[in-house]
Design a protein around this ligand. Sequence first.
Ligand code: M6R
Length: 610
Amino acid sequence: MCGIVGYIGHRSAQEVLLRGLSKLEYRGYDSAGISVYNEGDLQVQKVLGRLVALEQHIQTPLIGGQGIGHTRWATHGRPSDDNAHPHSDCSGRFVVVHNGIIENYQALREELTSMGHRFQSQTDTEVVAHLVEELYAGDLFTTVIQVIARLEGAFALGIMAKEEPGKLIAVRKASPLVIGLGDGENFIASDIPAILEYTRETYILDDGEMAVITKDGVDLFTFAGVPISKDVFHVTWDAVSAEKGGFDHFMLKEITEQPTAIRDTLTSRISPDGSRITLNEINLTDEVANTIDRIHIVACGTSYHAGLVGKAAIENLTRIPVNVEIASEYRYCEPIVTDKTLVIVISQSGETADTLAAMREAKSRGCARVIAITNVVGSSIAREADDVILTLAGPEISVASTKAYTTQLICLYLLAGHLAQVRHSEGANLIPDIAQALRALPEQAEQVLQTSAMIEKFARTYAAAKEDCFFIGRGLDYAVALEGALKLKEISYIHAEAYAAGELKHGALALIVEGIPVIALVTQDKLYEKTVSNIVEVKARDAYVLALAWEGDAEIHKHADEVITIPRTLPFLAPVLAVIPQQLLAYYASVARGNDVDKPRNLAKSVTVE
Ligand code: M6R
């Protein structure tokens, strides 16, 4: 996720761009840059760091009333001055800002390099500037149409040409872009807050649409160059709710972003024919991969819960034994680590002190390699690990982790498949089926989000009034139940316990009393009958059971008081879908109790102390 702003009109473009970008830093903040057109020149200033670093870096103000700006959240190429946007072609005739991922950038880069183009950055975006340069024949609009026909992936783009002053081109495919309509001025932005202080009249571009913007007008087109018209969208939100995209809280926004986050995290990591996992960012050699005899997964909180699912995926596909360890325990338990131990650390922030220390402990004990799964490029954990697999979830603001968890699961499935491939494990034969099921997940996650109203009702009318709640499941359902319980306690402050369903009778059953809510997960086919027996046990003690089950499961309605269903996928991918209703339950219970959802008491987003 990155933030784009563009301006054309009578004001100082630099000022509008910087003010707009300050509202988009939630979308990324590892580097920032602007380009302003003035008297035949496309001036560019860009720098590593937050927006404040760019402000300090601009010694002499850039004069001009037309420009584009960007705040970056690195995906391709580490955060650096060179990799910051805007990007230019060889001769500085064109500038481009981009949000998204150009999936075929490697092939385009090789093609353009062989034609003599010289690249300044490691980004996927730079190919766009060079393609424009290569195809330009005097008309930026028609050139951009040709360029986007060559691009695969997701891209919102802002483009300017030195030879065509007074014109901005905006393009949208699978990454958001809005156009702000002013009087003698117009704007583009990744999100409404960036332009809200200037205008409330907007066009929200849909996928496959582009615009030619001057200070006096906006012309809209399809990618084929066919003119279209759109209704003006009048923004009624205030500035604060606009930053949350119209949602009441970042947590709900982030829950809702999961289909996109899952899609982005899968992007370009499965071969086009779906037969292979292509985790090209991993430099684990076949030789090392084949000598690994055990794996330690180390993490905290939600990331630890993702690790529990990862264990099942890796053991299933590779038969390598996996231990999942809480980082704060691992660092002091004198872990048995050899040069055949692969260590996987998982951390959304990449800064969690215990996870970082645990990683250093494993390294000092001579582990074979550390692979980090993290959401933040350039974080301490990303820098110190041998390999990094990025969750492409975009910045997560709410303290309660949601989209980071689901994208961590995706990375773990991909890593499990990658290891199985390299080691020629039997599990590698399942990869085509797994790849197909993974690709269906974004749409299925959308479907699960549709259950929101039912969950809200259950949360408001039932759960929020209780002081205790149980989550039960077996196998992977137990792993996801742990995450559901953590979410609920963290933001609703309701005491929540997750239990392996078969373990209830060894103690916790004593706590099951009339009316206590029990969330029962029943997605693991092999264990279905067993879990149903446990539901019957708690029902016999008058618990109130909400079951999370597969779509089409008629049987479960006979046992549970309420049922929320998820669409069918492979049972070992079920956690990705089964966690969503639990996130929503925690969210709505917290709202019903009047809590500060995004900033729960006593907690912080990034735990950089021991
Ligand atoms: O940034 P990390 O993934 O390393 O953070 C680990 C935990 O602090 C984090 O997952 C925490 O449990 C969340 N607040 C849970 O929602």
